[in-house]
Design a protein around this ligand. Structure first.
Ligand SMILES: [Zn+2]
Length: 511
C-alpha cells in the first residue's frame, strides 16, 4: 500500500466513525422523544387549581361515619379535623364558631380510597384524576425520580394523593443490552449478586418506599435480589418472575404480590398450558389454589387485585371500540392512549397500538385461540381469588392504571365493583381499598379515627348497601382540605382541556 492510500483509509475510517456516532445520537434522541411522549411527558401540564387555604379546623356535622372495621356506619357524628388530622368523632361535639362547617346530614363519610397498583409514568395531571375520584393514596408501582418529587410536593401541601413510591422494577436484561431495556422500559438493570446489592442500596438512598421485582429475573436472580434485600428495611414487592418457580416465591421474603395473576403464570408453566388442554388447566388451578391461598395467609402476603383489567381482556381483543367508548377516555393522557408504534406490546390504548388487539395477519382459528386464552386466564384468576377469599388472604384494591382502559382514579370504582361481583362483600371491598393498604404501608390513614390523617370522602349514597355508591362523591377531604363537588369537576375539566390541546388523534369516535 502506498503512503497516500494509507492516509485515505484513515480518512475513510474517521468518516465512518463520525457517521456512526451521528446515527447513534439521532437514534437516541428520536427514540427518547417518542418514549417520553408515550409515557405522557409531552402532554401539557394542567395547573392544579388553587383553592382556599386549608381551614385550621374543619367540622363535618351530623354525618354517618364508616367504622374502622368497614362493616357499619355510626350515625349523627361530628368529625373534627385540625391541621390535616382527625381529632375527634362524636355525637356530642358542638363545633366552635371559627370552624369551617360542612353539613353531612343524610350522607356517608368513608376514608379516601387507595389504588394499590398505579402507574403515573410522566403524567402529572393524573394526580388530579385520583383526587377527583376520592383516591387519596396511591402506590406507584414503577416509580421514578420525578414521581418522588411529586410525592414531596404533595407532602408539602399541593393537592394530590399521598404517593407510596415503589422503585423502578429491578430486572436483569443482561450485561450488554441491559441499558436498552432499562432505558426503554424505565426499569433498572443488575446482572450479579453484587450488582443487586448495589442497586438495592442505591434505590433505598434515592428515597423509594419499596423494591419491585420485575418479571425479567430468573430463579437465581430472584434469590440474589432477595439476599440483597436483607441489607435494607424496605419491603420486596411486585411480580413473581416468569422464569422463577412458585417454590422460589415461597423461599423469598416478598410481602406483596402485584397481581392475582402472578399465581396463574407459574401454574400455567407447570401445567404446560396449550389451547388444547385449556379445560384441564382450570381443574389444575382449582386443585392447587387452596394450598397456595393457605400458604399466602400463613406468610401474611398481601395480594393486589387488578381484576377489572384481566376481566376486560377478552373484550379488549374482540371489541375494543365498545370498551373505549365506555371508558372515560377524555381524561387519559393522550400520550399514553396514543402510545407508540416503535415497539410492539408497548403502551397504547387505541386500536392501532393496543397490545391486546388482533393482529391483521391472524386467521380466524388464531383469533379464536386468543379469545379463549384470555377467557381461561380470567377464569383461572377468579378460581384463585375464590380460594384467597376462603382463606382470608389480605387483598388490596389495585387497578394497573394507565394500562389500556384503566383510567386513573375512575378505575378504582370499577375495580371495587369487579371485586364485589366476584364475591367480596361490600365491607371487604371497602377495607381492601382503605384500611388494609394503609396498614400494609404503615400509614396512619385509611380509617376515620382520632390521630389519623384527614383523607376522606363524603358520599351521597351508602356503599355498604351498593358498592356503586363509592363514586357518589359530594366532597373529598385531602390532607384536611375539603374539595367540593364543583371544585372536583373543575379539576376534571382542567385535565380534559390540557389533554385536548395535546391530542394528535381525535377520540370523537369513542364518545
Ligand atoms: Zn403494573
Amino acid at each position: 500500500m502506498t503512503i497516500k492510500g494509507f492516509f485515505n483509509l484513515k480518512r475513510l475510517a474517521a468518516g465512518l466513525a463520525t457517521l456512526t456516532v451521528i446515527s447513534a445520537l439521532v437514534f437516541y434522541f428520536y427514540t427518547d422523544y417518542h418514549l417520553t411522549a408515550m409515557y405522557g411527558g409531552h402532554t401539557e401540564r394542567a395547573d392544579t387549581p388553587s383553592f382556599a387555604e386549608r381551614p385550621e379546623v374543619l367540622a363535618i356535622t351530623n354525618v354517618s361515619v364508616l367504622a374502622p372495621t368497614s362493616d357499619s356506619f355510626s350515625e349523627n357524628q361530628t368529625v373534627l379535623v385540625r391541621d390535616g388530622n382527625i381529632v375527634s368523632i362524636s355525637s356530642e361535639t358542638i363545633p366552635s364558631a371559627n370552624a369551617t362547617q360542612i353539613d353531612g346530614r343524610g350522607m356517608f363519610l368513608v376514608p379516601g380510597y387507595t389504588d394499590s397498583h398505579a402507574h403515573l409514568w410522566e403524567s402529572k395531571n393524573d394526580l388530579m384524576l385520583f383526587v377527583a375520584n376520592g383516591v387519596t393514596q396511591i402506590r406507584e408501582m414503577n416509580g421514578s425520580e420525578e414521581n418522588l418529587v411529586w410525592k414531596k410536593e404533595i407532602e408539602e401541601g399541593r393537592v394530590g394523593p399521598d404517593i407510596f413510591v415503589v422503585s423502578p422494577q429491578v430486572a436483569n436484561f443482561g450485561k450488554l443490552t441491559g441499558w436498552f431495556g432499562a432505558w426503554t422500559q424505565r426499569k433498572r438493570n443488575a446482572t450479579s449478586p453484587d450488582g443487586f446489592q448495589q442497586l438495592v442500596k442505591s434505590l433505598e438512598n434515592e428515597g423509594y418506599d419499596a423494591i419491585k421485582a420485575s418479571s425479567f429475573l430468573n430463579s437465581e436472580d430472584y434469590l440474589a435480589l432477595n439476599e440483597a434485600m436483607k441489607e435494607t428495611s424496605l419491603p420486596l414487592v411486585g411480580h413473581i418472575p416468569y422464569f422463577a418457580k412458585l417454590d422460589d416465591f415461597w423461599a423469598v421474603n416478598q410481602t406483596e404480590v402485584a397481581h392475582i395473576e402472578e399465581f396463574v403464570k407459574p401454574l400455567r408453566q407447570e401445567f404446560g398450558y396449550t389451547a388444547e388442554n385449556a379445560g384441564g388447566f382450570l381443574d389444575f388451578v382449582r386443585e392447587r389454589s387452596d394450598e397456595i391461598a393457605e400458604r399466602l395467609k400463613d406468610k401474611n402476603v398481601h395480594v393486589t387485585s387488578t381484576l377489572a383489567l384481566i376481566d376486560s381482556l377478552p373484550e379488549q381483543v374482540t371489541d375494543l371500540d365498545s370498551l373505549l367508548s365506555a371508558s372515560q377516555l377524555q381524561y387519559v393522557n393522550p400520550g399514553i392512549s396514543e402510545g407508540t408504534t416503535l415497539a410492539d406490546r408497548a403502551l397504547g390504548w387505541l386500536p392501532e397500538v393496543n397490545r391486546y388487539r388482533f393482529r391483521d395477519e391472524w386467521d380466524n382459528a388464531r383469533r379464536k385461540e386468543e379469545v379463549e386464552y384470555f377467557q381461561n386466564y380470567s377464569a383461572a384468576l377468579h378460581i384463585m381469588l375464590d380460594a384467597m377469599l376462603k382463606k382470608d388472604v389480605p387483598i388490596l384494591v389495585g387497578t394497573d392504571t394507565n394500562v389500556s382502559v384503566m383510567v386513573p382514579g375512575f378505575s378504582v370504582h370499577e375495580e371495587m365493583q369487579s371485586l364485589n361481583d366476584a364475591g367480596m362483600t361490600t365491607a371487604q371491598v371497602l377495607a381492601a381499598a382503605t384500611s388494609v393498604p394503609a396498614r400494609w404501608m404503615g400509614w396512619k390513614t385509611g380509617e376515620i379515627r382520632p390521630g389519623f390523617k384527614a383523607n376522606m370522602v363524603l358520599l351521597r349514597e351508602n356503599p355498604l348497601l351498593d358498592i356503586r355508591a363509592t363514586d357518589s362523591i359530594e366532597m373529598v377531604v385531602v390532607n384536611g382540605n375539603p374539595l367540593s363537588r364543583s371544585q372536583l369537576d373543575e379539576m376534571l375539566l382542567t385535565v380534559k382541556a390540557a389533554n385536548d390541546k395535546s391530542r394528535k388523534v381525535s377520540i370523537e369516535k369513542w364518545k
